[in-house]
Design a protein around this ligand. Structure first.
Ligand SMILES: [Ca+2]
Length: 226
């Protein structure tokens, strides 16, 4: 991705004095290295090697992959994070029930999809692009929540809302917006600590905004006892 941008910049660079705005964006998005396509590092390496700055681009791509791996590990081992133990959904591919591939239950537990793309170890809705779909998840321990991390593994970027539920079952929208997630990565939905404990999360997607199957591998609830 970075390599692509560099190439993309070469012509306008000479004429217009560079892609400052672009490279700025690149840097600020360094925390989301998914754009560097961790699942497919090959294209960067196999591209023509003549362009100046190729080494730097490769190094950047590699560092982005390292950052990505570190982030995955950090999240998996977060002591304030917990993974869902139960899930239901608006629909599922092939009407999958129980623990069948693509069922809602495939979004419970720790992440188990290792590369971006269609995978039965993630939940997906019955149809790829029909519109609003949701995934409802229960967690083992009620916490004062501060974040929900949605691990998207195919058709990323379609989440439009995250809600948590209080003890009385009341829904509280804690995140709404334009999901920036690309490739295999987490939507990190952060919000001020809830005034109530919750063990119940609902993730809503608009599957029509990203063409193809929108799949969710796992959803982590982050919070504390106090
Ligand atoms: Ca999974």
């Amino acid at each position: 991705m970075i390599r692509f941008k560099l190439i993309y910049c070469v012509l306008p660079l000479a004429l217009l004095g560079g892609c400052k705005k672009d490279s700025g964006t690149q840097e600020t998005s360094a925390a989301k290295p998914a754009a560097s396509a961790p699942a497919t590092p090959a294209p960067a390496a196999s591209a023509p090697a003549a362009a100046p700055g190729a080494d730097a681009a490769e190094t950047s791509a590699k560092m982005a992959d390292v950052d990505w791996a570190m982030k995955q590990e950090e999240i998996k081992s977060d002591p304030n994070g917990e993974w869902a133990i139960q899930a239901t959904a608006s629909s599922s591919y092939n009407d999958a029930q129980g623990t069948a591939g693509y069922s809602a239950n495939q979004a419970t537990g720790v992440p188990n999809v290792d590369s971006y793309g269609d995978n039965g170890a993630a939940w997906t809705a019955k149809t790829p692009d029909s519109g609003i779909e949701w995934l409802d998840l229960k967690y083992p321990k009620p916490v004062y929540a501060t974040e929900v991390r949605v691990r998207e593994s195919s058709g990323s970027g379609a989440v439009v809302k995250v809600e948590v539920f209080d003890e009385k079952g009341g829904a509280h929208a804690v995140w709404q917006g334009n999901d920036p997630t690309k490739e295999l990565n987490y939507l990190m939905a952060k919000f001020p600590k809830t005034a109530f404990k919750t063990d119940h999360v609902k993730v809503t997607l608009a599957t029509n905004v990203v063409p193809g199957w929108n799949e969710i591998d796992a959803v982590q609830l982050v919070g504390t006892d106090q």
